[in-house]
Design a binder for this molecule. Structure first.
Ligand SMILES: [Zn+2]
Length: 405
């Protein structure tokens, strides 16, 4: 068993120890007789830092619990001179540890707030590099409850209550009214006592007074399988996130020349405008296609009992071609329309009035077989994309000769 120094002092960043085992087969690692490095467990992630001897200094990149109750320190490189018995000095990355303590202790306060205010219990805790979350056992969670829990948690932080570590037996713990008792079979329990507010059994690292948490900011809340997941951040992370939010919001506000608090109203207004303009645009295109179809047909005589329209455009998209084809073949009962556009996307649309004899799908296939491209369609309407603008005219010429023959 490794002696865990962080159990008694979470602010111990420097310590001396002795190497008890060196592993260097696949991933270099060290075991020590005692350590202040925290291994990933109980939702809290591992510490990093350095381990140095008289001869070398190694970076600790990950720390984990092993099944036999020891702590394994993974290293960035295999040690050259360390062996069982070597005296080392360990140094924890303080910024990272302080951040973890702020998040983790913040979680104790937040979970306790949900219990005290609404009798809502935390079933799991997750800490990632950028945010933390708790899962709460409840079918519903309102915005009002989230905001009240956030306010209460921050009040407890402001009150700067002492946080103490106590060791008790499982029997003693049963009478203490703990918020959380672990299922593990150990007889001694480590209790984290936030004075007159929360008692829970926990093996993690915590700050000494609630004021050291700094603050708690609740973020996203969403329904998950086992209840509701509430994301939060504490301390410097909360400040950094608020700073990032402010920067994004300020940038957005500048686009609207508005105050940041008016961004939602301005964004909604813009979206409404876009929707209404899109509608107007569609209506205008419809009218344009209708008028253009009538004008085109006015100049096309009937030949062999049908009227053949062949047109290439330089700046119409496929949707407009289809709209125009639709109008052309509906205005008169005997129209065959062969349309193409060279940009933005070189394409072809072939259509005929319902009941006409030709087969537009086959005509399209034949045209594409000559110039290349992909497409197809039904007897009355077909469409296809061609490789370039230069292939549009030859494709239309070929199709019109085929129709006339
Ligand atoms: Zn804890």
């Amino acid at each position: 068993m490794t002696q865990r120094l962080y159990y008694h002092d979470s602010f111990l960043y420097h310590f001396d120890a002795e190497v008890s085992e060196v592993r260097g087969t696949s991933k270099a690692a060290l075991f020590l007789d005692r350590t202040a490095f925290y291994p990933t467990s109980g939702g809290q992630i591992f510490d990093t830092g350095v381990i140095s001897s008289e001869d070398e200094t190694l970076r600790v990149t990950e720390v984990a619990d092993t099944e036999d109750g020891r702590v394994i320190h993974y290293l960035d490189a295999p040690p050259k001179s360390l062996h069982p018995g070597t005296k080392i000095h360990g140094e924890i990355d303080q910024t990272r540890r302080r951040d973890h303590m702020q998040q983790h202790t913040g979680q104790h306060v937040l979970s306790a707030a949900f219990v005290r205010l609404f009798d809502l219990h935390t079933v799991s805790f997750h800490m990632a590099d950028d945010y933390c979350s708790i899962d709460i056992d409840t079918p519903t969670l309102t915005k009002e409850k989230i905001e009240r829990a956030e306010r209460e948690a921050n009040e407890i932080i402001l009150e700067n209550r002492p946080i103490e570590i106590r060791f008790v037996t499982r029997d003693e713990a049963a009478n203490l009214g703990l918020r959380k008792i672990p299922v593990a079979d150990r007889d001694e329990l480590r209790i984290i006592d936030i004075r007159d507010y929360d008692l829970s059994a926990c093996g993690g690292t915590h700050v000494n007074q609630t004021g050291q948490i700094g603050c708690i900011l609740l973020r996203k809340a969403e329904k998950v399988r086992q209840g509701w997941r509430v994301e939060f951040i504490a301390g410097q992370r909360a400040v950094a996130t608020a700073r990032r939010d402010y920067t994004a919001l300020t940038e957005t506000a500048a686009m609207f020349s508005a105050h940041i608090y008016d961004v939602p109203v301005q964004a909604r207004k813009s979206l409404d405008e876009i929707r209404s303009l899109r509608k107007q645009h569609e209506q205008s295109l419809e009218e344009l296609a209708e008028a253009q179809a009538a004008a085109i047909l006015a100049g096309i005589p009937e030949e062999n009992s049908f009227r053949l329209v062949v047109r290439a455009f330089a700046d119409r998209d496929m949707n407009f071609l289809k709209l125009l084809a639709q109008k052309l073949t509906r205005i008169a009962p005997n129209v065959v329309a062969l349309l193409g556009t060279t940009s933005p996307q070189p394409s072809l649309v072939f259509a005929q009035s319902a009941g006409q004899q030709a087969d537009m799908g086959k005509l399209m296939k034949d045209a594409l077989a000559k110039v290349g491209g992909r497409g197809g369609g039904s007897k009355d309407m077909a469409q296809g994309g061609v490789p370039n603008g230069e292939s549009v005219s030859p494709a239309l010429d070929g199709a019109s000769s085929q129709i006339r023959s």
